[in-house]
Each structure stands twice: as structure tokens, then as C-alpha cells.
Design a protein around this ligand. Sequence first.
Ligand code: FES
Length: 195
Amino acid sequence: MKTLYEPAAEPKAASAPTGQVLKGLYTGAYRSDKGKIKGLLLQVGEAEFTVTLPKYLRPMLVRELAPDDFVQVWAYPEGDRWRAINILPLPECEAETLRQEWSHLAAITELPQPQQKRLCIEVCSKGKCFKQGGRQIYHDLQAAVDSDPELSHVSVKATGCMKACKHGPNLRLPSGQMLHRASPAEALAKLGAKR
Ligand code: FES
């Protein structure tokens, strides 16, 4: 991906007035009230940043990022959020350094259950998907979640058409990534929800 912005300096605080390179952990998509992906949530040390992405970068977020990926984001502060100009994966050596530096933090270490985010798998419940096996996937996922204490922070929700009917049955992970014709086991594995 082409870098569109030259970084100014390492991030020091969310209120810094100029452009920064935020290096941190992608913890999930940031969505509008209507559920549209607008950007990402980024854990930098003990702070969490809400970062808006330009429209053309949002599909990349859905396709390529998974929670717990380390990324670097060129961004500048705007109100209580950050506006990104570019985003790239963080080289593994730098990611490993951050992993070690932040190993005491909740987002990286195993969390006590009350602090762990709830994760919701959405299952398209509209005609085509449900007829093609979505109904069974929904019930199997629900049964798997209900019967496994390690998945107590996971929920399953039936939703409307995801506009990918040809590829159904369709599921969507909290990251926004869509899964086509995935089994419940595959969906849970992709979710990486087990502690
Ligand atoms: S019916 Fe499921 S994506 Fe349209």
C-alpha cells in the first residue's frame, strides 16, 4: 500500500496537536450508529484511540485486519477522534517489541472475564442465506456458545441481508469481516474467542 503521509513523530498523547504515527493493536472496527464501518479502535499502550479511516481504506480493514493485529496508522487528531491518512501492518519485529512492552495490559494479556469485550457473530437470517443453511448455522452457533463456558462473552445475532446473497450463507465477525459458507467451527476459530 502506498504511504500517503510522512509521519511527524512517535505518538505521545491523544491530545497531541499534529499528525502522528500511532503504533498499536487493532481491537475492532469502529462503526456508525447504523452499523457501517467508519474506522478502527486502536489500543496504544493503556489508551484506546477511535480512528476514522478514509472510505477507500475501509474495505482493506474488513478484508485484511483481524483483532489483535498490530498496525501503524498515520493520523491527526480531530475532536475526540483521530482521522487516519494511511494504515499499514506493523513489522513483526516492532509488533513483538510492543507485545512485550505491553504484556501487562488487558488488551494483550488474557483478561479476567468481566473485562473481556463481548463479541457478536452476526448471521444473515434473510431468505436465501437461511434457506441455504444459515438457519442451521445460527442454531449450531448458538448451541456451541451456550454450551461452552469459554464462549460466555460471545453472542450470536440474526440480522438482515448482508448484500452478498450469491455467496451465502453469510456471517459477519465483530471486525466486520464477512465469512461465506463457513461452518460454526470455522466462524468460532476465526473469531479467536477462546481464552
Ligand atoms: S440473504 Fe443473506 S446476504 Fe442476502
